[in-house]
Design a protein around this ligand. Structure first.
Ligand SMILES: [Zn+2]
Length: 212
């Protein structure tokens, strides 16, 4: 009996750690509870694996398959907060007149609300998440070269940037050198910690019960 409890506790601990790894990479995730996040992603993983098997068996054609995987990927990215707003607004109303002038207004792009172009320029890049359609592997993956090269920049224990252009980011936002930022500004750099498969791809929703 005692052994069973320990095993279950170990599994829970593994899931929690994986969830925390994910939240470091995806600090904007709409689910901030690490265990709940893993459970939601596991359901999406299972859905992706089922789609891959169905496609492999010829149950649906390539066009249908692409539609299904696009829809699933959009849901995964939304949950992970791995999206970039197309037209972020500053909150100010635009001074242009409604009608033809507004339709062609470069300041609000026809919305009547001033578009925040600075936010568009400085928005953090999104993480290259994709759906793998090979039924032998995991469905929800992160590109291997990104997993290898990306770094996590933290300040006061919070992720402020994740990606492969860390130096550029520091210069753009704080105009410090990386050395200065690390020494005097309270920044720390970590490499990406995430479950990986044999090919070096990041695995978003591994079946952690397999290990125990
Ligand atoms: Zn306008």
């Amino acid at each position: 009996m005692a052994t069973t409890t320990t095993k279950r506790e170990q599994l829970y601990e593994q899931i929690r750690k994986h969830g925390e790894d994910l939240l470091r990479i995806f600090p904007q995730a709409t689910e901030q509870d690490p265990v709940k996040l893993c459970k939601k992603l596991r359901r999406m993983e299972t859905e992706g694996e089922r789609q891959a098997v169905a496609y492999c068996n010829g149950d649906h054609d390539m066009e249908r398959h692409e539609t299904l995987t696009d829809q699933l990927l959009a849901r995964v990215n939304k949950l992970l907060g791995n999206t970039r707003e197309y037209q972020p607004k500053t909150g100010a109303k635009c001074g242009c007149k409604q009608g033809l002038v507004r339709d062609n207004c470069p300041t609000c792009e026809g919305t009547g609300q001033v578009v925040d172009f600075r936010a568009i320029r400085t928005a953090p890049p999104t993480v290259p998440v994709f759906i793998n359609s090979d039924p032998r592997g995991h469905a929800l993956k992160i590109r291997d070269e990104w997993v290898r090269d990306a770094q996590v920049l933290c300040r006061d224990g919070r992720t402020v940037y994740v990606g492969t252009k860390l130096e550029e980011w520091i210069h753009r936002h704080h105009s410090y050198s990386v050395v200065h930022a690390l020494k005097h500004e309270g920044f720390t750099i970590k490499s990406v910690s995430i479950h990986r498969d044999w090919g070096g791809y990041g695995i978003i929703a591994p079946d952690l019960t397999e290990n125990s």
